[in-house]
Design a protein. Structure first.
Length: 247
């Protein structure tokens, strides 16, 4: 069934009201009609199984048939702190991070970032990134709509990460592969995990040292050097697998 996200205030009295761009998608792209079934989430972990009652230009009315807790969410909150990459790589990172179960993505301005966003460009980028996140959440059956934050400088990102139980920072100069395995295994037993991924060229040593002072744990991703758009997705894939199958 097709999945849609709505604000929590659009749910009530056994009905859900779909508004915005999804009206056109339901009516003109999917060409759905009254009586068809859809799944709706308000982004808080509950799935509403609905039947379309009415389709108008101003909104689509759904009748709730059943509601269930979403079963697609990881029991661990994962926050990806991604240093801003060049060109449109952030779009790929966000799309795949959402598919892999990230709860939040924080674009980070680190010293080696080539991309510089003024307020106007950032607003446009954020709108695009959030639309990509919503589309990926629909496609992958997420029970929440992952948050795409405004960009933060590296220091602010470290402060934000202080609220997380475990913070990992993959670092190409970390050669403790065996210890890295133990660190990751311990992390997946926590309730929340942060992952810091550097830009092209990686983090500066002083940034890694600052992260370690704030409690982050350097880990190795193996003997190969991964691109910035690959590294975070590699870590998320490992975490998703270990969390899904943990006992």
């Amino acid at each position: 069934m097709h999945r849609f996200f709505v604000p929590a205030e659009n749910v009530g009295n056994g009905e859900i009201r779909v508004t915005g761009d999804d009206i056109n998608h339901i009516k003109n792209v999917l060409r759905m009609t009254a009586g068809e079934k859809v799944v709706v989430s308000c982004g808080q972990g509950t799935d509403y199984y609905c039947i379309i009652e009415d389709i108008q230009e101003t909104g689509v009315t759904l009748r709730i048939q059943e509601e269930k807790p979403a079963v697609t969410e990881l029991p661990v909150r994962i926050v990806l702190f991604q240093a801003l990459p060049k060109v449109d790589k952030m779009e790929l990172v966000i799309q795949k991070a959402v598919e892999l179960g990230a709860s939040e993505v924080v674009p980070v301005r680190s010293r080696r970032c080539v991309v510089k966003l003024d307020a106007h460009r950032e607003a446009k980028k954020l709108a695009r990134w959030r639309a990509i996140a919503e589309s990926a959440a629909k496609q992958s059956g997420r029970g929440i709509l992952p948050q795409i934050h405004d960009s933060m400088d590296f220091g602010k990102a470290l402060e934000y990460a202080q609220e997380l139980d475990s913070v990992l920072i993959p670092y190409e100069l970390c050669d403790a592969i065996d210890e890295s395995q133990h660190i990751v295994q311990r992390a997946v037993r926590q309730n929340s995990i942060g992952i810091f991924i550097g830009p092209e060229g990686g983090f500066e040593r002083s940034e890694v040292e600052a992260a370690v002072r704030s409690g982050a744990l350097p880990v190795s991703l193996g003997k190969r050097i991964l691109r910035t758009e690959t590294a975070g997705l590699a870590v998320l894939s490992v975490l998703m697998f270990l969390i899904e199958w943990r006992k």
